[in-house]
Design a protein around this ligand. Structure first.
Ligand SMILES: *[C@@H]1O[C@H](CO)[C@@H](O)[C@H](O)[C@H]1NC(C)=O
Ligand SMILES: *[C@@H]1O[C@H](CO)[C@@H](O)[C@H](O)[C@H]1NC(C)=O
Ligand SMILES: *[C@@H]1O[C@H](CO)[C@@H](O)[C@H](O)[C@H]1NC(C)=O
Ligand SMILES: *[C@@H]1O[C@H](CO)[C@@H](O)[C@H](O)[C@H]1NC(C)=O
Ligand SMILES: *[C@@H]1O[C@H](CO)[C@@H](O)[C@H](O)[C@H]1NC(C)=O
Ligand SMILES: *[C@@H]1O[C@H](CO)[C@@H](O)[C@H](O)[C@H]1NC(C)=O
Length: 807
């Protein structure tokens, strides 16, 4: 590696670290609900890895696949087990597996990974079966769950390796699966098991070390004006082929195939003729490698074109801790596949291949298109009739040139801290007649984040701790009709309601929570679910976009607490902000108190140091919360300090405490310790130094450059602080991303038949914060961070040739 690229990497990484430190304060959940022992949970002694779920609302059961067992649980209370069946591995299989070098107790077991409905009573299940994937049938009738033990080959339908991500989907009786087809896990395949089995080519231009995360079906033939076919969409990440970079770069993709595909006659025999893929764009507001898609949820709309895929992304580099949610309409994805340009490979220099935009002539029928009326008119009724020219084109060029832009031009949510793992989205009809899409996102430490994007404003209503010990949520399922969410992790499954409005005890809290499920019922004087309100809803108050509490009855004044003051002593007055977003301010005799040698203000209250008689009087603690530009200010506590006099001694309790110097010191370090200290927290420094012994000149150069970077970061930090940073309000960049405003109503197909409104596109508020980020030139020309750019699409920062004609 050249000196220059080393330097630019050092610089880039340091900048990234700096950005992650900065962003760490953003998108704080308004409320934190810690673990409650009354959660409905399911776990069976000795059984782990509850990672596969299937909800059957009609049967009232949740089918839960775990290691060597499948459970049928009551949807209303998953602690109630209706039945179970064991599905272990035979000793022989386990022995074979261990001979091949796998761990008997970890890998050589049967992990149930697939659960699909075939009909009312029959299910299709697959398990890894000690690195020998096997599928089977299962029935559930009269509360009796039975594995049929018909044992079918599971290769290509289910992974060998229990730790490998994969995805599958049952459409009619056809099983679509995306997984590895060999023991080593090195041969990825997108397979349809049906009367005519189809698969992908074993070519790295089709799939390159992919990580499959999600698949879904879209009935696009419905009322299609051009006789289009139904499609299966697949989401995954893989090694990028289109970027010229010093190391492997992973990108996120969406791919699709046509349901009616039958493969080609000579070319692409028994292979997909309709496999197309495109990059998913989800630009983080910080320079970074492209984020990696981890999970997807399809929010269906009665007009399938407006259905939306919500995708969770995590950073590619461990330097960043920011996860994101981006959403994509089916329409936007279709536009890329149906009308977009292709990428093609060209040889540059002798052995090197670059992928660039294809500018030549595209054969007819369009490569990768499903058979439609136009094709049928020319006598092509099946993919088998497609000409070789079309098939050869698509065999060599499955990648689209353009990336799919996210719905609002950028993320709907950005969250620092523990990474996001899984997502489901529910839609709620609120009192204002609009439908809000509420995201429930599982994290790697066992929490669910409940978030909404209000016209571009990111807001996390609350975070709920579902697991007592931190562990990654591996699966999330939603039953909209029951209003329940089900989470699975290694230790067990947990059920939680989509809302618990009774948590909000005052009108202000109910409104400020901005929870679309909750409204303040003035007649009952409680925070109630919008579904349980009286029909006319006249007495209910909700203010989701503004968080406006003016309609709430004025709260009762806070009674003052008497505190005796002994001159010369210290006094501690406690006061807690009413939410994670609120800050406390103290007033005394009409003045706002500032921290100084007299007053020590900390998270839990105020310390009045070395009191004198002049400190007697009323101390007011205001808890102040900013919501969408509005300030909500509530007096949370009032203390009345009066000078201590003898006769009162036994009457008044004296909450004063003696504060040692040590305690104050601890408080002070606690307060300052939270500030980003680049010099001491930079984990890169020791690393760069350890290498240095060998290459002393490099060392000097790197050190110099690091210094330069540090000072640059300092300058940037200063600039940054000028902007207002809270929870991001993301605005589309200036790249000219088309923002489609949904014009008609959205419906949630499976539930309540309510409307869904897509949030974000009409975001009109300017956001000063997002347009002045800097990009790192990862290609590396030895320069330190480059000047601000208007739009950072993760990949725009990587050098690439845009067009075939540029070569
Ligand atoms: C299954 O659960 C165990 C216990 O928590 C864990 O150590 C293991 O990694 C899990 N296996 C898989 C394949 O997730
Ligand atoms: C759920 O079922 C468990 C086990 O039968 C029971 O102990 C618990 O009380 C039930 N919870 C509710 C809320 O009904
Ligand atoms: C359900 O599907 C299974 C397997 O395909 C079949 O054997 C069974 O008869 C079907 N049952 C019903 C009620 O259709
Ligand atoms: C469940 O059904 C199977 C046959 O389908 C039967 O052998 C088994 O005894 C039944 N179990 C219970 C608990 O009824
Ligand atoms: C395609 O279908 C049409 C109408 O069904 C039929 O007339 C025509 O012969 C078919 N063409 C081929 C090549 O099979
Ligand atoms: C909160 O309200 C009180 C009383 O109305 C006012 O004196 C105080 O300045 C307000 N605090 C903030 C931070 O706005």
């Amino acid at each position: 590696m050249s000196l220059l690229s080393t330097l630019s990497i050092v610089c880039g990484l340091m900048l990234q670290l700096y950005f992650s430190l900065l962003s760490a304060q953003h998108c704080v959940p308004r409320n934190t609900v810690s673990y409650q022992s009354n959660l409905k949970l399911f776990r069976k002694e000795g059984t782990f890895n509850y990672s596969t779920m299937l909800i059957r609302d009609d049967l009232g059961v949740l089918l839960l696949g775990a290691r060597e067992a499948v459970f049928a649980l009551d949807l209303n209370n998953i602690s109630v087990q209706k039945d179970m069946d064991k599905w272990g591995v035979t000793q022989e299989k386990q022995r074979e597996c261990t001979y091949k070098g796998k761990n008997a107790e970890v890998e050589c077991r049967n992990y149930v990974r697939t659960l699909h409905s075939l009909n009312d009573t029959t299910f299709y299940v697959c398990g890894t079966n000690a690195f020998s994937p096997t599928c089977d049938y299962m029935t559930f009738a009269n509360n009796n769950l039975t594995l049929k033990r018909k044992q079918e080959e599971g290769k290509g339908k289910c992974p060998f390796d229990p730790f490998q991500r994969y995805s599958s989907l049952m459409v009619g009786n056809d099983l679509y699966s995306a997984t590895s087809i060999n023991f080593l896990g090195s041969e990825p395949v997108v397979l349809r098991t049906s009367a005519l089995t189809l698969r992908t080519e074993f070519k790295s231009s089709w799939l390159s070390e992919p990580n499959f995360v999600y698949m879904d079906f879209m009935e696009e033939s419905f009322e299609s004006p051009d006789g289009d076919d139904d499609k299966v969409y697949l989401f995954f990440s893989e090694n990028a082929m289109e970027y010229d970079f010093y190391r492997k770069v992973v990108v996120s993709r969406v791919a699709r195939v046509c349901k009616g595909d039958m493969g080609g006659q000579r070319t692409l025999q028994r292979k997909w003729t309709s496999f197309l893929k495109a990059r998913l764009d989800c630009s983080f507001p910080e320079p970074s490698l492209p984020p990696i898609v981890q999970d997807v949820f399809l929010l269906r709309h009665k007009d399938w074109r407006k259905s939306v895929f919500y995708a969770v992304f995590t950073p590619q580099s461990s330097m960043s801790q920011i996860s994101a949610v981006c959403a994509y309409t089916v329409d936007a994805i279709r536009a890329i596949f149906n009308e977009g340009k292709f990428k093609t490979s060209v040889a540059v220099e002798t052995s090197h291949v670059k992928w660039v935009m294809y500018t030549g002539e595209v054969p007819v029928p369009r490569p990768g298109a499903c058979i439609n009326d136009v094709a049928r008119k020319t006598g092509m009724n099946r993919s088998l009739d497609l000409p070789d020219k079309t098939l050869q084109f698509i065999r060599d060029r499955p990648l689209m040139d353009e990336a799919v832009p996210p719905l609002t031009g950028g993320p709907l949510l950005l969250k620092a801290g523990p990474l996001l793992t899984r997502i489901v989205v529910d839609s709620v009809l609120a009192l204002d007649g609009e439908t809000y899409n509420v995201m429930f996102i599982g994290t790697e430490n066992g929490y669910v984040q409940k978030a909404v994007n209000f016209d571009g404003e990111m807001f996390i209503i609350e975070e709920i701790q579902l697991y007592e010990n931190p562990e990654a949520i591996k699966t999330l399922s939603l039953s909209s009709s029951k209003g329940q969410l089900y989470a699975g992790a290694d230790s067990g499954a947990v059920q939680m309601p989509v809302s618990d409005c009774s948590r909000y005890q005052s009108c202000e809290d109910c409104i400020l929570s901005r929870d679309p499920y909750c409204a303040w019922d003035s007649s009952g004087e409680r925070c109630s679910s919008v579904y349980s309100l009286p029909a006319d809803r006249k007495t209910a108050v909700q203010s989701l976009k503004d968080g406006d509490v003016s309609q709430c009855p004025s709260p009762d004044p806070v009674a003052a607490v008497d505190v005796a003051l002994v001159p010369g002593n210290n006094i501690q007055l406690t006061c807690r902000p009413h939410s994670n977003l609120a800050r406390v301010h103290w007033r005394f005799s009409g003045l706002h108190l500032q921290a100084n040698s007299k007053y020590y203000i900390y998270g839990g209250g105020l310390l009045v140091l070395n009191t004198a008689a002049s400190d007697a009087g009323f101390y007011l603690c205001d808890s102040v919360e900013q919501t969408n530009g509005r300030t909500y200010n509530r007096t949370a506590a009032v203390y009345h300090l009066h000078v201590f006099s003898e006769p009162e001694l036994d009457v008044n309790p004296t909450p004063e405490i003696t504060v040692t110097k040590h305690f104050i010191q601890t408080l002070k370090t606690a307060a300052t310790g939270s500030q980003p200290d680049l010099a001491s927290e930079d984990p890169l420094m020791p690393e760069t130094q350890s290498d240095a012994g060998k290459v002393s000149r490099l060392e000097v150069a790197v050190a110099l450059l690091s210094l330069l970077c540090l000072s640059l970061i300092g300058v940037l930090l200063w600039f940054w602080k000028q902007g207002h940073w809270k929870c991001f309000s993301f605005m589309p960049g200036s790249k000219g991303v088309e923002r489609k405003r949904p014009s008609t109503d959205y419906t949630h197909i499976q539930n309540r038949n309510s409307e869904i409104k897509l949030l974000g596109p009409e975001a009109g508020r300017p956001c000063s914060a997002n347009n002045n980020h800097s990009a790192v030139d990862f290609k590396g020309n030895g320069e330190c961070p480059v000047p601000p750019r208007a739009n950072i699409s993760g990949l725009d920062v990587l050098g690439l040739i845009h067009d075939e004609s540029e070569i």
